[in-house]
Design a protein around this ligand. Structure first.
Ligand code: HPA
Length: 235
């Protein structure tokens, strides 16, 4: 059984899936960290692999950019492949000056102006919480590894090239938002509709207040801490 977007058969994908936006990062994670990685998807280049990490089966698959893209891939993983836990591992733009490049954020909730959750399940609010149990397991993993993390709300936006002006900054501060990314809200909406678990770890790749940014090459290799936290979790 496959879908229009995923060539895997039922049973090919682990209960827990780590999802970076970039499919080449999924390949990098599988080849660097997993034992015996087997590729289960290459439709549209959205590479997915299942292997083991310290003996435990785990999958990693790209989700693309934006709410609709992660919406499709994560819905299929939860609904058609019996996946229980999805942890997005991505990058974000910090919206507070005190967050530094490469800081790791454990995103507890997502604010979004998107209509994704309304269209999916009639939810008319703008804030969705990640799964508390999955989040606490990730927090434990970070503690065990002695890697510092920031916990907080993120904004899942539809527009990357938006004008982050003083009004936008004030609005985000009021809502307790510490960073902007483009997918978490849809992932949580899917998980909640289907009775599954969603969480999100992010590495700061740019700061929208101080305008510090990383290079693409630095991004590819500097996410090791975040990946280790996600891989070491006891899910
Ligand atoms: N905005 C949205 N998503 C992002 C950003 C950003 O500035 N940086 C990395 N992902």
């Amino acid at each position: 059984m496959s879908t229009p977007h995923n060539a895997a058969n039922l049973g090919d994908i682990a209960k827990t899936v780590l999802m970076p936006g970039d499919p080449l990062r999924a390949k990098f994670i599988a080849e660097t960290f997993l034992e015996n990685p087997k590729q289960f998807n290459d439709i549209r280049g959205m590479l997915g692999y299942t292997g083991t990490y310290k003996g435990k089966e785990i999958s990693v698959m790209g989700h693309g950019m934006g709410l609709p893209s992660i919406g499709i891939y994560s819905y299929e993983l939860y609904a058609m492949y019996d996946v229980e836990n999805i942890i997005r591992i991505g990058s974000c733009g910090a919206t507070t000056a005190d967050l530094d490049l490469y800081d790791v954020i454990l995103a507890t909730s997502a604010y979004s102006p998107s209509t994704y959750a309304r269209e999916l399940s009639g939810f008319t609010g703008n804030i969705l919480d990640g799964d508390a149990i999955l989040i606490s397991e990730i927090e434990e993993s970070a503690k065990t590894l002695n890697i510092p993390i920031h916990k907080g709300r993120v904004a899942s936006t539809d527009v990357f090239y938006s004008d982050f002006n003083a009004d936008a900054k004030a609005k985000y501060d009021k809502l307790g938002i510490i960073a902007a990314e483009m997918e978490y809200f849809a992932l949580i909406a899917n998980a909640q509709k289907l009775g599954k678990k969603a969480a999100c770890l992010l590495t700061v790749s740019d700061n929208m207040v101080t305008h510090k940014e990383t290079t693409a090459e630095e991004r590819q290799t500097a996410f090791t801490n975040m990946m280790k936290i996600a891989l070491e979790g006891n899910y």
